[in-house]
Write a protein that binds this ligand. Sequence first.
Ligand code: FPP
Length: 242
Amino acid sequence: MSFLDRKETKPAPPQHIAIIMDGNGRWAKKRGLPRTAGHSAGAESFRRIANYCRKIGVKYLTVYAFSTENWKRSAEEVSGIMKLLGAYLKEALRDMEKNHVRFCFFGDLSRLSPELQKLCLDAQSRSSEYHEVQVNFCLNYGGRDEIVRGIRRFAADVAVGKRQPEEITEALFDTYLDSAGVPDPELVIRPSGEMRTSNFLPWQTVYSEFVYMNVLWPDFSSKDLDAAIEEYHRRNRRFGGA
Ligand code: FPP
């Protein structure tokens, strides 16, 4: 098979890629800039990678933008990240017809400002008809918190007689999570050299392939994404089988 043929038969990318956008602070520190400048560069990186994912046919992109633990950061840094998210969502609402991106939000949005909550809900409802690519923003998201909120919803259904406790199965519980209806990610990428999952999608990633990379998120390029996808294709996925 010639090199060209090989290029043509390049395997399809995973349908769902999840990314922990890590390393913004270190990127800024290396340049003597405030941490918020790192997050701005991180937001740019997200724009590039989301576009690239759409181009190569990734169907779902889930990104960890703000965790339930990130409130421990300084008020200045938290408000900087919230401002960036607000600006991004305003831009997305403006360009909605052009980009055909569907937006979803995982996490407990109730702790966000009313203005940001409204932007999230508007983006979600105004993009619900688009199917080219779905971006799931994890905002005030914690995997354990998502599971606890799912249990609360199920318990509330039991309390009103809509469900019986013994009905619960893995498949049914899935429908009580923020990620209901979204297939589990095949590939999770964490740049920045850290090797942990940090409360990111614990239920959904039990059989995901994890690729840890030594590049800071603001420097993460389409070539890095290609490399992660190639690494994913080299893995032998057995799902517990022989
Ligand atoms: C982790 O890097 C990053 C965050 C906690 C925030 C991620 C937010 C963005 C990329 C901006 C969001 C905006 C859009 C539009 C997606 P870190 O600060 O923990 O980096 P460090 O480990 O080097 O300190």
